[in-house]
Design a protein around this ligand. Structure first.
Ligand SMILES: Cc1ncc(COP(=O)(O)O)c(C=O)c1O
Length: 436
């Protein structure tokens, strides 16, 4: 470890909570980013295929984002939502343009957690019910409510305090909770949503909340029949369908602007954050006007910083860059290239249990044994170190910490994908060699 990194680590350990955990055996300290590349404090260059947890959707320092932000900084940084400001309105118009169905009215906050909080509050206000169905293996954020919605124990450090939240089975085919096999299973996991409503709630729910692809949960991608079946059940019990697009939104999954569109289902509420503003803090909750209209009847709600002129400027620049340089059809093409390369590696390396995902959101589940599917968090951790040593940054996740998360900025080129695949191939070979 370089002296500079060791010194930062010492100071971090003294002054930042130990909750800030770091990737890599030898932590990485970043200093600069440009496009798809970042540089550490010692001048080493890395191809960034994790984008700060799927945030830098148009790459680091994108001129369309920075120019708008810089121009806004010179005018006014903060107004509050007590006064009209062009940026928040223009952004809401833009979201209405790309959102599926008739979702057309937005509330802005500062994070994915708050976007989900807002969605659940609205669903409760609209339906008059208070019970929520979430999924096991999901991640919703770090507020008390969001931790309670989350279905991974490790991300619920202070336990469960909020009543009225029940978890249904995750549509996790590789590790099917019913030990069934798709498609013979008839997507029985979807029926569990109804079982949970019938057996563990009052029978009247406010909402069902889910990510189209479970992000932190390891890019778990439900089968095509899952969301249509669940949407029908949720509506039967008068609940709203909240879809968390914090990771999957803005073309990440290719072909469509929002992940849920792959399942041809129209949500009642969509939540967004992360990639929306390329690194500037912003959360958004979009819904239909008649649903949003219920909240003010119950009381007041405000977010001081939510949708501020600077973050909104960044989002407008990000969306412009995405539309012009990385629209969903282009992401689908790049995703196919990435997927094909990963599938080829799965043929070669037995420590790869499954490759899954959509578009530029591809997960690789690492196993100690393909037959037993025993998860290997060790292999995943070794892959992170091995890719870093070769100049590539990727992420990991999954309930067992054994899933590689590969999610570059959507402005990646074919050459970037090939460069990453070559590094991944060498890294898999090295890790497979050690683990046997
Ligand atoms: C799907 C999903 N929802 C919500 C959140 C919470 O977002 P934030 O960390 O911005 O509060 C995350 C964060 O990883 C997420 O992946």
């Amino acid at each position: 470890m370089s002296e500079r990194i060791a010194e930062l680590l010492r100071r971090k350990e003294k002054y930042l909570w130990p909750s800030y955990f770091l990737y890599y055996t030898e932590p990485l300290a970043l200093e600069r980013g440009e496009g798809l590349y970042v540089w550490d404090v010692d001048g080493h260059k890395y191809l960034d295929f994790f984008g700060g947890i799927l945030v830098t959707s148009v790459g680091h320092g994108h001129p369309k984002v920075l120019e708008r932000v810089k121009a806004q900084l010179d005018k006014i940084v903060h107004t509050s939502t007590l006064y009209l400001h062009e940026n928040i309105i223009a952004l809401a118009e833009k979201l209405a343009e790309i959102a599926p169905g008739d979702l057309s009215t937005s509330f802005f906050t500062n994070s994915g957690t708050e976007a989900n909080e807002t969605a659940v509050m609205l669903a409760k206000a609209y339906t008059g019910s208070h019970e929520i169905i979430a999924l096991r293996n999901s991640y919703s954020g770090r507020s008390a409510l969001a931790m309670n919605l989350t279905g991974i124990a490790a991300w619920r450090p202070v336990g469960s305090e909020i009543p009225g939240i029940k978890h249904a089975m995750a549509p996790y085919c590789y590790r099917c909770p019913l030990k069934a096999t798709y498609p013979q299973c008839g997507v029985a996991c979807a029926e569990d949503v109804e079982d949970v409503i019938r057996t563990s709630t009052s029978g009247r729910i406010a909402a069902f909340i889910a990510e189209p692809i479970q992000g932190v949960g390891g890019f778990v991608t439900p089968p095509p029949e899952y969301f249509p079946a669940v949407a029908e059940i949720v509506r039967k019990y008068d609940g709203l369908l909240i879809i968390d697009e914090v990771q999957t939104g803005f073309g990440r999954t290719g072909t469509y602007w929002f992940g849920i569109q792959h399942w041809d289902v129209e949500p009642d509420i969509i939540t967004m954050a992360k990639g929306i503003a390329n690194g500037f803090p912003l959360g958004a909750t979009i819904t239909r006007p008649h649903i949003a209209a219920e909240l003010p009847k119950k009381g007041l709600s405000i977010s001081t910083f939510g949708g501020n002129p600077v973050s909104s400027a960044a989002a407008l620049g990000t969306l412009e860059a995405l539309q012009e340089e990385a629209p969903p059809e282009r992401v689908a093409q790049l995703g196919a290239l990435l997927r094909q390369g990963l599938e080829e590696m799965a043929e070669k390396y037995p420590l790869i249990g499954e490759v899954r995902g959509l578009g530029l959101m591809q997960g690789v589940e690492m196993v100690a044994d393909r037959a037993t599917k025993e998860p290997s968090s060790q292999a995943a951790a070794m892959m992170l170190d091995a890719t870093k040593a070769r100049g590539l940054l990727i992420g990991k996740g999954g309930a067992f910490g054994n899933v590689l998360r590969i999610a570059p900025p959507l402005t990646a080129t074919e050459d970037h994908i090939r460069e990453a695949l070559e590094i991944l191939d060498h890294a898999f070979a090295a890790v497979q060699d050690v683990l046997g």
